[in-house]
Design a binder for this molecule. Sequence first.
Ligand code: AHR
Length: 666
Amino acid sequence: MTRALPLRGTARRRRGRRSALAIALAAGLVIAPQAAAQAADHQITVHPDRDGPAIADNMYGVFYEDINRAADGGLYAELVQNRSFEYAPVDNPDYAPLTAWQPASSGGSAEVVDDAGRLNERNRNYLRLTADGPRGYGIANTGYNTGFSLREGAEYDFSVWARTDQPAGTPLTAVLRDPSGAPLSRPLELAVRADGWAKYTGTLTATKTSTRGRLEVSATGPATLGLDMISLFPRDTFKDRPNGLRQDLAEKIAALNPGFLRFPGGCLVNTGSHEAYEAPNWERKRSYQWKDTIGPVEQRATNANFWGYNQSYGLGYFEYFQFAEDVGAMPLPVVPALVTGCGENQATDDPQLLRRHIQDTLDLIEFANGPVTSTWGAKRAEMGHPEPFGLTHLAVGNEENLPDEFMERFAQFRDAVEAEHPDITVISNSGPDDSGQVFDRAWELNRQHGVEMVDEHYYNDPAWFLANNHRYDGYDRNGPQVFLGEYASEDNKFRNSLAEAAYMTGLERNADVVKLASYAPLLSNVDYVQWSPDMIWFDNARSWGSTSYATQKLFMNNVGDRVVPSTATEDETLRQVVTRDEATGELIVKVVNAGSAPARTHLDVGTEVDPVARVTTLRGDPEAENTATQRPIRPVESTFEGAAAEFDHTFPAHSITFMRLRPAQS
Ligand code: AHR
């Protein structure tokens, strides 16, 4: 259980505290001061009279990529899988246009067609459903994971684009069922008219809670109908947005208090970018172009996502910007540099294609920031957001392995952006590794070109993170700043989080050069994993934070405003950093003990502080993992009653401790 005890200050109130203290001690929520005789093995000396680097409010953010079904089947709240019948073997050899759909009755037929009767040029496939007679014919969608997660009494918004060949119209029914066919809602009756494609909507209310729900859509014949964009959204989405986000996942991200949102990838951004710009979507273009992702959802083409599944773009650039705004994060989009990494390693030599993508980048800035009278600003306003989104940073490229080819093209993007938008920071990168030839050459070029900020990525084992705490101490303060856009130690156990936490103390100490940092990746559906470890896991009904989520959340909610210089008798398993919260004057002492022995430590904080300190601790078995049903690693809040200008404290084995020391009250 996580509980906070109130802080108390004055002597009079301390009398009251004693009885509270006794209760709290019994509950294990107060850490008793150590006996003075105990010799400390470690020393932390804080210099509150000196100023370390300022820490930007947005230093820690999140990196969102549509990997591991992070969007469709994840953050995007749509419950229907393959709603537009665009799945194809070219996206994934196991896919077909009727993937996730099943016949729900006999007495008719259903086939996916692409002909002149299509809904629109970008959404080409549709379902031709023939119902032979009054018994009707239907199909059912099985959703993701085990099916739709439905909550008794909750409302779900159904919609479908439809037309019929019957001049008098055709009855269409939507209903929720379980796999045995038992209803999970009352049927919704609609009447499809014959006058061409139209959108029909209605509400289904779940009569039972289930994680195995299906959506059945059936028509009464004789009739032949066209159906497309068969959709079901929970009414409750994050901030009640239509076409919105899954509440529990969005809330978990919001609870991180992210300073920025890097999106939409990752490898999916640049892979495929050398393909022809106009490649029709039935050829399954993999080039991620932001313009494909905005506007009415039924007009957004789908994409053969680099990670091996069809991507609907229902969660597109407008929704990303809006989500960033909703969670108070700086939006940080990544656009392709026309050089690909991620195993492709190709550089585009088509000047027209390059110009097109550079223009797209300028248009993206206009979409985010332009007035409603501009072409792209008007599209943002049409989508419901006349106010600018306030874009200040964007990244060109992701993990290119060809640094010279990359820099040649990056410079063209940057020059074009700077010419029109000198206030926008254009971020470059240094390839996929923490060191090596590509990394060194990329940094050399970034320096030569006076790049403002460089995106570094690395996924290493915990020992690397423990050993490299001082990586950024030696970075040139006059060179490019660092955006650590992707990092993680290679598993989801607590020992990985301990190593990451230890490393983050080094990031914070170097906040004058490491300006932004995000753990990666953010989301993973347990049944569709392409990449692990991940920060937040989920299935169709549940979501839970990994031990690294708990760690990131602790750091992200306790950044402080300025580093307070400190020295310590550190070793690879004991790392620390101290920051100051300017609003409260508190010193935030952050200590990571990744070792297997408790660390008896003498703290000299160099100033009088209130004896009562607020402490938040993550601790446990280094092999522990948070799962759907067990959260062995969760924050425990307590008070420490023995704080002073100098005091001893033992940091438990395998622990991350944040101690807030308040200035003494005069
Ligand atoms: O975070 C997963 C992948 O790791 C990203 O797509 C890529 O940038 C990196 O290689």
